[in-house]
Write a protein that binds this ligand. Structure first.
Ligand code: RRO
Length: 308
């Protein structure tokens, strides 16, 4: 039985990876991911200069998921570029590099440097960080999203995908898909956390930044994540792969993302809760389901969600 998958003609041993932000900021974090059972891994979204991020507490595990307002803490673009280039020298050209500039100019500057480097992997351009005060999520501003992609694809020539925020309206899915279909994107990652939710315990908020408002991940968001994966799988060109993200706790959740059309599935909250062994557990559980259904490869069921 095979759990191999493909994104733009590169083959991965399996369809699991971390979600950007989950245990992927430092060299130690990234080394652990490398030595895990994941099919590949992605670096923490970065900015040109390193950032401390928001004041703590800024991440809290909840019974049904998590809430965070990290505020884009990262070690700075050059650290991650050096990291992925060092990995290439070791023969690993399957990496994902997440960038989240605070302006279009900052994203252009990072992409210019990646373009002229030896980087061979994929850039995941984060259009959906919900936690920076005064910086709206680009993915919710459709004109801006188009402008950003126009500018980027006027010069950028390497494999690139975008990480989207969750959408909740059929008209919005269609508008966004029409925009994305105009560009040579390799993949779309759905979804980032559901932004600006409020969690309360003992008459108090549980995180400090933004008066307690933060992005929700985990089981709370699985139905929304699946809806976004399914919609974009149907609406986007066939050559744009979908990377599913949101609410994966078990092999059954991975299976459901794949049924909806995901080619790869990212793990965020559950990686935070369970640590690196989560990947081998999820693979075992996924294979158990596939065996019971007599599926020999992901292609036997990928995208084939039954409709009534
Ligand atoms: O660092 C964060 O606060 C953060 C980011 Br960049 C993101 O894309 N999604 C999220 O939930 N938190």
């Amino acid at each position: 039985m095979s759990v191999e998958t493909k994104i733009s003609n590169k083959i991965f041993d399996n369809c699991l990876m971390n979600a950007s932000g989950a245990k992927c900021m430092t060299f130690e974090d990234l080394s652990k991911l490398k030595n895990s059972e994941s099919g590949t891994w992605i670096t923490k979204s970065c900015t040109i200069s390193s950032r401390e991020g928001n004041p703590s507490p800024r991440y809290v595990d909840l019974k049904l998921g998590s809430i965070n307002s990290m505020g884009l803490p990262n070690l700075g673009f050059q650290f991650y570029l050096d990291y992925v280039l060092d990995e290439h020298k070791l023969g690993n050209d399957h990496l994902f590099f997440s960038i989240a500039g605070l302006s279009l100019e900052e994203n252009m500057e990072m992409l210019n440097k990646i373009n002229s480097s030896d980087f061979q992997g994929w850039v995941e351009l984060n259009l959906s960080c919900p936690n920076i005060q005064g910086k709206p999520q680009t993915g919710y501003d459709f004109e801006r999203t188009e402008e950003v992609l126009d500018k980027i694809f006027s010069f950028y020539s390497k494999p690139l995908g975008v990480k989207l925020p969750p959408y909740f309206d059929i008209a919005h899915f269609e508008i966004v898909a029409d925009i994305l279909n105009q560009y040579p994107l390799q993949f779309v990652t759905c979804i980032n956390s559901i932004g600006n939710a409020l969690y309360i315990e003992d008459e108090s908020v549980v995180i400090k930044p933004k008066n307690g408002f933060g992005g929700i991940g985990g089981a709370y968001i699985k139905p929304t994540a699946l809806a976004n994966v399914r919609m974009f799988y149907k609406l986007l060109r066939n050559d744009i792969s979908i990377i599913g993200c949101g609410g994966v706790e078990t092999g059954k959740d991975v299976f459901e993302h794949l049924l909806c059309g995901a080619s790869m599935v990212q793990i965020g909250t559950q990686l935070m809760k369970e640590d690196i062994s989560v990947f081998s557990r999820l693979l075992t559980e996924l294979k158990t389901i596939m065996k019971a259904k007599n599926y020999k490869s992901l292609n036997d069921f990928k995208g084939k969600l039954k409709e009534l």
